[in-house]
Design a protein around this ligand. Structure first.
Ligand code: HEM
Length: 350
């Protein structure tokens, strides 16, 4: 499986797992409320609740396996269960780890329910109300797709569904502490989440602020020891400006997008990105691409294939005389003008 496919699978299974987790929480509340009708007996709710929970856990399982297999992120299996054991976006990844640990605890105690007393089982089961927001913040903080309008729409719908379920659940309890905590969480969590998304993932440079390791982002110096004096090896979030050109070809049913740009401050660097694919709206449905940073054939020149494209983000695996680099572009396109940031980092596979 290519890194690109693994990465798409991680993202897709993450989103599906989160939606299924949301459905599980909502159905759990409907079951607790003993809501039923002749056409929808309680046993259907209970069965669906259980199956959604198991499918969600299976999706999280695939999500973890593809994360671990993907060489780009370099996240080990231990990071799936032990928080802060990976240096890749530590906080945001660890929230996923904690959500997974809580989900496992809830699932295992539910499968062993007959052997546990009701209070112990319920105490663990209520942890799902902690697991869900933690999974949401993991998704928002680590997800490549957080910025996409349809992903944001899914997050809003899930937040509304769980908000409604929690509200309903609070009407069923006499526990005053649970009510106060619940109402407080209902008031504060959506607001904090909206502020976080606006100030964090929606702003440029989030990859760096989220804690992508220096080895992947590169250092702020333009020279690396392996590149030799004066040869360019790394850049971090260097601002650039440039322009975009869309042409037909090279195949009959293809379009080519050529993006050229140069950094707006030292270290001075230029790049060319060429993306190919069948036409889709005013752009293309990406099928392949190449990236070139610096002048090819010179010590500072790197070139190689585009390995990932998602929304505004483009990643290329480029090689030059100084070795292998990971080039990351964060683009904002307005008409034919493009601005954004470019990072060039040592991949560690030299
Ligand atoms: C209940 C558990 C979990 C849920 C519901 C969940 C869900 C999600 C979601 C919805 C995303 C965002 C996908 C996107 O926007 O593209 C995501 C991203 C991610 N998750 Fe999880 N996750 C969980 C646990 C984990 C664990 C334990 C790991 C670590 C092994 C992990 C690794 C990742 C990574 C690396 C990404 C970023 C993928 C990207 O580049 O976009 N997740 N997760």
């Amino acid at each position: 499986m290519s890194s690109q496919l693994l990465w798409y699978t991680t993202r897709a299974t993450g989103i599906v797992a989160f939606v299924l987790l949301t459905g599980t929480v909502v159905l759990g509340v409907i079951g607790t409320a003993r809501a039923a009708s002749a056409r929808w007996p309680r046993i259907v709710t209970a069965g669906l609740h259980k199956n959604l929970a198991l499918t969600s856990a299976a999706m999280v399982g695939v999500h973890i396996v593809t994360t671990v297999l993907d060489p780009f992120a370099a996240i080990g299996l231990v990071a799936a269960v032990v928080p802060f054991s990976s240096d890749y976006r530590p906080l945001w990844l660890s929230l996923g780890t904690v959500a997974f640990d809580l989900l496992l605890a809830v699932l295992i105690t539910s499968l062993l329910r007959d052997r546990l007393n009701h209070r112990s089982w319920q105490a663990v089961h209520l942890l799902v109300y902690v697991c869900w927001p933690i999974a949401l913040w993991h998704a928002l903080g680590t997800g490549t797709d957080t910025k996409l309008p349809w992903v944001l729409a899914i997050d809003v719908v899930c937040l509304a569904a769980v908000g409604w379920a929690v509200w309903w659940r609070l009407t069923l309890t006499d526990n005053q502490l649970a009510r106060t905590t619940g109402i407080l969480a209902l008031a504060v969590l959506p607001l904090l989440t909206a502020i976080f998304v606006y100030l964090g993932p929606l702003q440029p440079g989030w990859a760096k602020r989220a804690g992508t390791p220096a080895a992947q982002l590169g250092s702020t110096t333009a020279t690396t020891p392996s590149a030799g004096a004066g040869q360019r090896g790394s850049l971090t979030d260097a601002s650039f400006t440039g322009h975009v050109r869309v042409t037909n070809g090279p195949a009959d049913d293809e379009r080519t997008i050529t993006i050229t740009g140069h950094t707006t401050a030292a270290p001075s660097e230029s790049f060319v990105l060429v993306l190919y694919g069948p036409p889709s709206g005013r752009g293309i449905k990406f099928s392949r691409g190449t990236a070139q940073v610096g002048k090819p054939g010179t010590p500072s020149g790197f070139r190689g294939p585009v390995v990932r494209l998602s929304g505004h983000a483009i990643v290329a695996a480029v090689t030059g005389q100084a070795g292998k680099r990971r080039a990351e572009f964060d683009l904002t396109i307005k008409g034919s003008a493009v601005t954004g940031t470019v990072s060039l980092a040592v991949t560690g596979q030299q």
